[in-house]
Design a protein around this ligand. Structure first.
Ligand SMILES: [Cu+2]
Length: 132
């Protein structure tokens, strides 16, 4: 009986580690290699299964860390969305690290670009600032 129990437990462990091996980033906003006009409102990540997002680093083209409100959370989720500060035109890299419920870690990285907003110089909202 004990022998059978051991087999069942091992099978379960194999299954869950296989399932975890397939968990990863399935979608993001901005998307991988996306070129966005003007600073994006936020950063959203969608994973294929609930995970804990333990690390999230945003760097500009010069390798400078961009500070934003990311804090590792204890609870697992498929989706994470974070507000971003105003991003200047540059190439950005997002590095993430996730942890599954069995403490299996996985990491990845993708880039997106922020372009200078065009044709907005004369059409932008003057109520938000003043001119001399
Ligand atoms: Cu203006």
């Amino acid at each position: 009986m004990k022998f059978i129990k051991t087999i069942v437990i091992s099978a379960t462990m194999i299954f869950s580690s296989t399932a975890l091996a397939h968990s990863g980033l399935v979608n993001s906003s901005p998307a991988k290699n996306e070129m966005v006009q003007d600073s994006p409102q936020g950063l959203a990540l969608t994973f294929s299964s609930p995970v804990r997002l333990v690390k999230l680093i945003l760097k500009d083209g010069g390798g400078n860390n961009i500070k934003f409100g990311f804090k590792p959370k204890m609870q697992s989720s498929n989706q994470f969305s974070l507000d971003l500060p105003q991003l200047t035109p540059s190439s950005y890299s997002v590095s993430w690290m996730i942890m599954g419920e069995d403490a299996h870690k996985m990491k990845g990285q993708f880039n997106f670009m922020v372009h200078k907003a065009m044709e907005k110089v004369t059409a932008h909202d003057h109520a938000s600032h003043s001119h001399d």
